[in-house]
Write a protein that binds this ligand. Structure first.
Ligand SMILES: [Zn+2]
Length: 441
């Protein structure tokens, strides 16, 4: 099946043509960073890297990495933007903050052209899901300095869609809008989609029947690339749900197309991806590694070899859609920062979600890493669906304990609480606590 592309010339480019384009943009970016960003001038000099010697894409490997901690440090030292900034402040059009779990968030600046690049590549993803000009779109992200709302809104508008702005509206008002207006496309975090579905069910509202929704897209968290989570969203809304992986500092960098082959395409004309193993060597197709991105379009903060801390698997097959863009198997598979070690075994919260979501009687859950009698332990707290009979709860508990033990290779304690007793998430979820690393007083 050959699905339609917004920009077939780029999305189906030959490898030689894409490499030429990437190399030209890469050389431009590196020269610009070396010339105009004091941060990169210092870094490149310290590493003995000469941007003029960049003759092939592989030469990029001689340049140093950039980390988020470094950028945060740079902003603390040179407030407020850091001297990574490579354009005059007057040329900056937009500021967005990354969501921070600790410390001050990173402020990220864009020129008008940078910003166009961000939302236009995002629009290309929406087009690949099947979003078209006649669609009416609701971007249900938080209104504020985070990029989610703005990029979703501008991307939909870029395709000519009618966008209904709901950033500052309550869940109640959003549900009302969904049944009142001919909204066909909804964007939000996967946690918020589940929250919205629950809120609708409580009101006796059937979103699949009573709205015109046909497509949803999800970003901010990897939920929509987890098959069971996606199936739950699709059933509740009567839609096809798509994952849109993105990073404020890089781009809305990828998309799964409507061929739904389980592959995530990368906008590699906007961002040059490297997938590196633990020794920072490129992995082979079919292998996993850390995703490292070099921005090929942003001029205000031109990040080179930015370590995303995301684990992806380089695809070793072609997508039936006919796109030639580099692809990953199943989106972002793990966040290195979320990795936990329990009795010597590595556990990723995403893996736990993969094992929990197929149990349809679980509405919400929490994961607690703790120490019991000096031993590491994982506790899974469950919020059962209100429709599950009280007598059925022990069966649910046992089924989950069995699946988790098989799937993770360690025993997990499971607790079933009362329906609605765990917190719900209207933005990104915080389902994980690690009591082992938190000070007990
Ligand atoms: Zn495809």
């Amino acid at each position: 099946m050959a699905s339609r592309c917004l920009e077939p010339r780029l999305e189906r480019a030959s490898r030689a043509a894409m490499t030429r384009l990437q190399l030209r943009r890469l050389r431009e970016q590196v020269a610009h960073a070396a010339r105009s960003s004091p941060f990169y001038r210092r870094k490149l000099r310290a590493a003995g890297a000469d941007p003029r010697k960049l003759r092939a894409l592989d030469d990029l490997r001689r340049l140093p990495f950039t980390t988020k901690d470094e950028l945060k440090e740079n902003q603390l030292r040179h407030p407020p933007w850091g001297d990574v900034l490579a354009v005059p402040p007057a040329d900056v059009l937009r500021v967005h903050l990354t969501s921070a779990t600790t410390g001050r968030p990173l402020a990220f600046l864009d020129t008008a052209q940078d910003w166009h690049g961000f939302y236009h590549s995002y629009a290309r993803s929406l087009y690949a899901y099947g979003v078209r000009k006649p669609d009416m779109v609701m971007a249900a992200f938080s209104y504020g300095p985070w990029i989610g709302y703005w990029s979703g809104f501008y991307a939909a508008q870029d395709l000519g869609c009618l966008v209904y702005p709901v950033g500052g509206l309550s869940t109640e008002q959003r549900l009302d809008a969904l049944v009142t207006y001919p909204i066909t496309v909804l964007g939000c975090t996967p946690s918020y989609a589940l929250f919205l579905a629950e809120a609708a069910a409580k009101k006796g509202l059937d979103l699949a029947k009573e709205t015109k929704l046909r497509i949803t897209w999800h970003t901010g968290e990897p939920g929509a690339s987890i098959p069971a989570t996606r199936a739950k969203i699709e059933a509740a809304f009567g839609v096809r749900a798509y994952d849109l992986p993105g990073l404020t500092e890089i781009a809305a960098w990828g998309f799964e197309c409507d061929a739904r082959a389980g592959l995530t395409h990368v906008h590699e004309d906007y961002v040059y991806p490297e997938v590196l193993d633990e020794q920072d060597r490129p992995v082979k197709p079919g292998e996993r590694g850390e995703l490292v991105f070099t921005s090929l379009y942003r001029k205000a903060m031109p990040l080179l070899r930015y370590r995303t801390r995301d684990v992806v698997q380089l695809a070793d097959r072609r997508c039936p859609c006919g796109r030639t863009l580099v692809a990953f198997e199943g989106g972002v598979l793990a966040r290195l920062d979320d990795m936990k070690k329990v009795r010597g075994i590595i556990v990723y919260p995403r893996r736990i979600e993969e094992l929990v979501r197929p149990h349809r009687d679980v509405d919400e859950f929490q994961i607690v890493f703790r120490r019991v009698d000096g031993l590491d332990d994982i506790l899974l707290r469950l919020d059962p669906s209100p429709s599950l009979a009280l007598a059925e709860r022990p069966r649910l508990r046992e089924a989950l304990a069995r699946d988790l033990q098989l799937g993770l290779g360690i025993r997990v304690s499971v607790e079933v609480g009362e329906p609605g007793s765990l917190p719900r998430w209207d933005h990104k979820a915080r389902r994980v606590t690690d009591e082992r690393t938190e000070v007990p007083f």
